[in-house]
Design a protein around this ligand. Sequence first.
Ligand code: NAD
Ligand code: UD1
Length: 330
Amino acid sequence: MTVSFKKALVTGGAGFIGSHLTENLVAKGCRVTVLDNFSSGRRTNLTRVAADIDLIEGDIRDPLAVERAAKGCEVIFHLAAVVSVPQTVAQPLDSARVNDLGTLHVLEAARDAGSGAVVFASSSAVYGDDPGLPKRESMIPKPLSPYAVQKITGEYYARVYHELYGIDTASLRFFNVFGPRQDPSSPYSGVISIFMSKAVAQTGPIIYGDGTQSRDFVYVSDVVRAMIGAATTKAAAGQSINVGTGTSIDINRLWRTIAGMAGLSNVPRYDPPRAGDIIASVAAVDTAESLLGFKTEVSLEDGLERTFRWYAASQTTAGAYSQKGSENGD
Ligand code: NAD
Ligand code: UD1
């Protein structure tokens, strides 16, 4: 399958989701420029496509760097961000320079380059602790962290750039994304990456609270399909769209499933719940279905198996993760 555009910019393309997106675009015959400052991304995430892309080490806080990177790009996928919620809590101003001003630099670069479309990586964090389920795009955002404020601000700017300047901007609210290459090294890394690394190391994890809290986990290749769909669907312009599966699993069952893959039967340690942890999260998926014709394809079980195989193949003796695991974890 090919895409209708020939040249794209992926900001944050050396990161977890951005590197999968970049590989997929290259496989579809698209020329890709990646702009990344490697603050959380890695060059090794792009090893497979290194010869086929233009990799620019640069910062979205630098408007000239973004402008240069965007030249000639018909589509911009904007994923570069300070992604750690606690980091934005500790450093609201520094993170706003990246997540707010950096996003404006990307939108301005799109205007300057005459790009037709921008797809912005937003987050289900914009819903905060709204108790309503499933989370619908029509709910009033209740951001609870600088990160969530910055994401909803990016969405508003994206919409305004569509209305004022006619750029087809779409904001995708990712739920809990998982898959190969997700970095498990911080205590605030995605729970699946942490559970995978523990299972592979044959140790038990910490579960915060009683483990009955639940999340909508969406596999990274489905997120990539949604992003490409949003870039090529006129009806997505100016919209905010959930990207999730519409189903959820609780954290106890998640660990039991992963432990089963590793042949582990040990009991997790239970610690007090994290401050601000939400009890339940699940996406309403009808907007993605009606606007993008999007449905997830990878089941949780299949995604977990692929991810487990990748972590198992990639674990080095130092406990870090290399790129030995194959693309699909098989
Ligand atoms: P990641 O940390 O792997 O990727 C982020 C990339 O952005 C990294 O490669 C990093 O080096 C780069 N970057 C950070 N600051 C930069 C700057 N100033 N200039 C240039 N590059 C910079 O994280 P990810 O999980 O792949 O997240 C990608 C996007 O998706 C982010 O915008 C994140 O907020 C969003 N998102 C992710 C999830 C999830 O579950 N992973 C959920 C919701 C939203
Ligand atoms: C995730 C995002 C966050 C976003 C939010 C929106 C990540 C890393 N975080 O947060 O950016 O604001 O979605 O909904 O993707 N847990 C454990 N043990 C662990 C780690 C986590 O029990 O070792 C629990 C957490 O307490 C939480 C659940 O697992 O209840 C999921 O945690 P996590 O993967 O960090 O994601 P969210 O908190 O949902």
